[in-house]
Design a protein around this ligand. Structure first.
Ligand code: AGP
Length: 610
């Protein structure tokens, strides 16, 4: 969950490293550090807390040199402290690491028994000592790292400097993301694409078990066993501006406002309006494959999991295929029955979430076909999957996912329509309504965004002190209620629960009193009357109702203390519009409270630990 970055080239390394770390800070932000080859040897500066503390330290000390590595940390082994911050050093070796070394205790005991002493509590320092030990037998940096990694079990993306080889960085990867960037006169490495976008869009993704030697003139790639590899760079279409705040106070707000564009880009070229169908040549499933699917298992975590619940409802309703959703961490932790005839859809914004990756891998090993829905091109989950169906939301920097959730919904709905067409479960009229309705959604969201922001800002003034908030919805609004509650918890630290409205009477109703706002999602769908009754039940317990209602729905609005209006859509499309005020609600409460909206405490954008 940490971020690593490296630069070898003809310009000063420190500004590039700091800029890269700033763009990776969403991955972890409890300490940071850099190591640079200077005339005096490898010099290191580390600081606890946000990157600005490292920047201040560097202002004092400076760090001249053109080859360096950097790290921003999300603590796993050892509390956030300067001594546990990366880079870690052993003799002439400096290492930054993202991942977890599973056999670190055994390795630490072994090293300590042979006279090595550790100065930190981290698993990373062990890698530095192992490499140092191997260099003592005369191996060069690349060979020493190969040997050292043969003792290591677990996940890592590492970047290493050696005092003996001042013009080089060596990087290696297993189960943690690592991308190389190549430009004229410089080579870079990073945990994620946005860190490199200001410098190059020619990139190479490393696979597990690969190692690369970086020099100013380019890179040499091989497997850990020494087999040489060649790989062409891939042109990344994201621009650096896409990863900037563009005048918004926070990335989260910018990304909420970008949703119409993210949806348009995700839908582009895929809505076949003439045939009332979905064009998905990239998925890699034939029409026959579509008919043979016996069951669909949707795997994901967090917000992506909420998208899969909507996906399940669409798949069952439109394609009449049995579908289940599972939290990836639960699925991989038990002996799930999965095999041939099952299609697993692994949904992940980052494409790197370890639980989702491992769950999908396990399903694939047992004979299921795996389709990835991811936003990051070339990331681990699409690479292991049989087919990929990318969302095109652009880089999402705010730790709380918003526009990628929206794009995931679009892909799941498009896939359901595609499948329904092939399985003969939706007719032309139904498909036309859905395809045309979906095409209208970006505008429908865009037209209301500013007004919704104002309305929600006003509502939040009255409710910002609430210690608990309940979100209720039925049908497709149920996963949106879950998502509304998660967003609020993540960014504002307010306790919130999302519930299927029908479940309220089975427990949560006991929580209600005049101090608990209840956000009720009330699109005009088949559940409308029952949700009205649930709303009355909540009102009878003096709860304050904030309704998310269809424009002009006076009946629903009369039942609410406060309400927000969303556009009228086909009932299958309501999640696209109802989730927007919930995202804004979470954002406005957080902004009002002054929390760190884009980098909430204890969270990281990409979760590559179990
Ligand atoms: C979203 O707001 C969260 N930060 C988190 O729940 C996230 O959705 C989850 O970690 C899964 O990430 P992924 O989509 O990259 O796999």
């Amino acid at each position: 969950m940490c971020g690593i970055v490296g630069h070898v080239g003809d310009q000063q390394a420190t500004p590039v490293l700091l800029d890269g770390l700033r763009r990776l800070e969403y991955r972890g932000y409890d300490s940071a550090g850099v190591a640079v080859h200077s005339r005096k040897g490898i010099e290191i500066v580390r600081a606890v807390g946000k990157l600005r503390n490292l920047e201040s330290a560097l202002l004092k000390d400076g760090l001249p040199g053109t080859v360096g590595i950097g790290h921003t940390r999300w603590a796993t082994h050892g509390r956030p402290s300067e001594v546990n911050a990366h880079p870690h050093v052993a003799g002439p070796i400096a290492v930054v690491h993202n991942g977890i070394i599973e056999n670190h205790s055994a390795l630490r005991n072994e090293l300590e028994a042979s006279g090595y002493s550790m100065s930190s509590e981290t698993d990373t320092e062990i890698i530095a000592h192992l490499i140092h030990r191997e260099t003592k037998s005369g191996l060069d940096m690349l060979s020493a790292i190969r040997r050292a990694l043969s003792f290591v079990e677990g996940a890592y993306a590492i970047a290493v400097l050696s005092e003996e080889e001042p013009d080089r960085i060596v990087v290696a990867k297993n189960a943690s993301p690592l991308v190389l960037g190549v430009s004229k006169g410089a080579t870079y490495c990073a945990s994620d694409i946005p860190a490199l976008l200001p410098y190059t869009n020619e990139m190479v993704f490393l696979e597990d078990g690969e190692i690369a030697l970086l020099e100013a003139t380019g890179f040499t790639l091989s497997k850990l066993d020494g087999t040489p590899l060649t790989r062409r760079t891939r042109k990344i279409s994201w621009s650096p501006v896409m990863a900037e705040k563009a005048g918004y106070k926070h990335f989260m707000l910018k990304e909420i406002f970008e949703q119409p564009r993210a949806l348009e880009d995700t839908l582009r070229g895929r809505l076949d309006r003439e045939r009332a169908d979905i064009a998905t040549p990239e998925i890699g499933l034939s029409d026959d494959d579509a008919k043979r699917i016996k069951r669909i298992i949707l795997l994901a975590c967090g917000t992506s999991h909420h998208a899969t619940i909507a996906g399940r409802y669409w798949l069952e309703e439109l394609a009449k295929v049995p579908a289940i959703t599972e939290l990836a961490s639960e699925f991989r932790g038990r002996d799930a029955v999965v095999g041939e005839g099952d299609l697993v859809i692994a949904v992940s914004q980052s494409g790197e979430t370890l639980d989702t990756l491992m769950a999908a891998k396990a399903a694939k090993e047992r004979g299921a076909m795996v389709l990835a829905i991811a936003n990051v091109n070339g990331s681990a989950i699409p690479r292991m999957a049989d087919g990929s169906f990318y969302t095109h939301a652009g880089p999402e920097i705010g730790v709380a996912s918003t526009k990628c959730f929206m794009a995931q919904l679009a892909n799941l709905l498009m896939f359901s329509i595609w499948l329904g067409r092939r399985r003969g479960t939706i007719d032309d009229a139904q498909a036309t309504e859905l395809v045309e309705g979906l095409a209208r959604i970006p505008n429908q969201i865009a037209e209301r965004l500013r007004e919704t922001h104002l309305m929600v800002t006003d509502i939040v003034r009255d409710f910002s002190d609430a210690r608990d908030v309940l979100f209720l919805g039925r049908g497709l609004s149920y996963p949106m209620a879950l998502e509304g509650a998660l967003k609020l918890k993540e960014v504002s630290y307010v306790h919130a629960e999302g519930y299927a409205a029908g479940e309220m009477k089975h427990g949560p109703i006991a929580l209600l009193d005049a101090h608990v706002p209840v956000v009720v999602l009330m699109p005009q769908d088949r559940h409308y009357d029952r949700v009205s009754s649930n709303m009355q039940e909540a009102r009878a317990r003096e709860a304050k109702i904030i309704g998310v209602t269809t424009e002009g729905d006076k009946h629903a609005q009369a039942l609410c203390d406060r309400f927000v209006e969303v556009a009228k859509t086909h009932e299958a499309l309501s999640p696209f519009v109802t989730v927007v005020p919930l995202q804004l609600y979470a954002y406005c409460v957080a902004d009002h409270k002054g929390t760190d909206v884009d980098q909430p405490r204890n969270l990281a954008k990409t979760v590559t630990v179990e």
